[in-house]
Design a protein around this ligand. Structure first.
Ligand code: SF4
Length: 199
């Protein structure tokens, strides 16, 4: 999509976050189908993943887990992105969460992707993505999800795949969350929530 290519190009030279400009290897825009049925929004490119490959959720264990779950659940037409496009590091070079200022700095990039990708469902991978897109008052409960509508899209809470990699959630339970998501996607398709999104 030419508009998305233009948005990606505009992100590549972004220097809004001084600390991230110093520690990133590259800017990592979202990637996938456009338009899409589902947009997955994580936190930030990982140092062994997107920061190395240039593609969100690729090249590391979290990315492999997410992509395996998408494939197993039969989801198609997906777009994958993050709250921030540059890999945040702590003083020892390890992954850290982005600050609220860094998330705010990058928000316009996320919004530009959402506007062009026009997902029926935005699946928030982890509490940070959920709080940013659903609002601070919305409880984060992926086990008993309470999706919200925002600007015509369903905002849906899910655990970040890193949670499964760390052993805090079984792969079986995570697969169940993805089956539930696929079920909702099918319902959204029937209801034509985004009637102009091609199948
Ligand atoms: S995280 Fe986003 S806003 Fe910050 S420098 Fe990278 S692209 Fe720009």
């Amino acid at each position: 999509m030419p508009q998305l290519d233009a948005v990606r190009a505009s992100m590549l030279g972004c220097v809004r976050c001084r600390a991230l400009v110093r520690c990133r290897s590259r800017v990592v825009p979202g990637s996938g189908d456009a338009p899409a049925r589902v947009m997955f929004v994580g936190i930030a490119p990982g140092r062994f993943g997107g920061d190395r490959t240039g593609v969100p959720f690729s090249g590391d264990r979290s990315g492999a887990m997410l992509r395996r779950m998408i494939e197993r659940s039969g989801l198609s037409r997906v777009f994958i992105t993050n709250l921030v496009r540059c890999s945040p590091r702590d003083a020892r070079g390890r992954n850290r969460d982005p600050s609220s200022i860094e998330i705010a700095n990058c928000r316009s990039h996320v919004d530009a992707e959402i506007a062009l990708v026009r997902p029926r469902i935005i699946a928030c991978l982890g509490r940070l993505a959920w709080r940013e897109l659903a609002g601070r008052d919305a409880p984060f409960k992926p086990e008993r999800p309470a999706p919200l509508m925002r600007d015509g899209a369903i905002i849906y809470p899910m655990y970040h795949p890193g949670y499964v990699i760390r052993g805090a959630l079984s792969e079986r339970s995570y697969a169940r969350q993805f089956r539930r998501l696929a079920h909702i996607v099918a319902g959204a398709k029937d209801a034509s929530i985004r009637a102009d999104t091609p199948d």
